[in-house]
Design a binder for this molecule. Structure first.
Ligand SMILES: [Zn+2]
Length: 173
């Protein structure tokens, strides 16, 4: 009789132990997801990016390429909406700050959120420029110049291939 009781207690304890372990594992899993979200970073290998992106997008976004001027699909886009990173979906620009710079590339005088865009010194091709990258995934967007219009005087010169536009219809406003 005593033996059976001892087995039961042991069984119960074992169940509790397993249950706690499971809960703890779940907590760890949730924490990992939250940490990733907080840091807001997307890190992938070139092989992974190459699988996800179109070859021309991969060349611009991941290999610092430049699309030929006056060819990009958003150069003349005057629709109201938001421009996201074509690689990771981070919000980069809004149509409110888009203007025609005459350069042949989509141009904005401000970022949607400054923290979403990294500025990196770029001395390639014998020029001194400021490269702009997506802060979330490190993808190349274009360059930043100081010859933009008011109120910032800045020109974010961006490849259409680096962007993903989502239109805001008037009924959403
Ligand atoms: Zn990105």
């Amino acid at each position: 009789m005593k033996k059976i009781f001892a087995y039961r207690v042991f069984g119960l304890l074992l169940m509790l132990f397993l249950l706690c372990g499971n809960i703890r594992a779940q907590e760890t899993q949730n924490k990992t997801v939250m940490d990733k979200h907080n840091h807001n970073k997307v890190e992938k290998t070139d092989t992974e990016w190459a699988k996800e992106l179109l070859p021309e997008q991969f060349r611009v976004l991941r290999q610092c390429g430049t699309e030929p001027p006056f060819t990009g699909k958003y150069y003349k886009n005057e629709k109201k909406g938001e421009y996201y990173c074509a690689a990771c979906g981070a919000l980069l620009f809004t149509s409110d700050t888009k203007y025609d710079s005459g350069s042949g590339w989509p141009s904005f005088y401000a970022a949607a959120e400054k923290k979403n865009i990294l500025e990196v010194e770029d001395n390639s091709h014998g020029m001194h420029r400021t490269e702009i990258k997506c802060a979330r995934c490190g993808s190349h967007l274009g360059h930043l110049f100081n010859d933009g219009p008011n109120p910032t005087g800045l020109r974010y010169c961006v490849n259409s291939l680096s962007l993903d536009f989502r239109e805001i219809s008037s009924k959403d406003n």
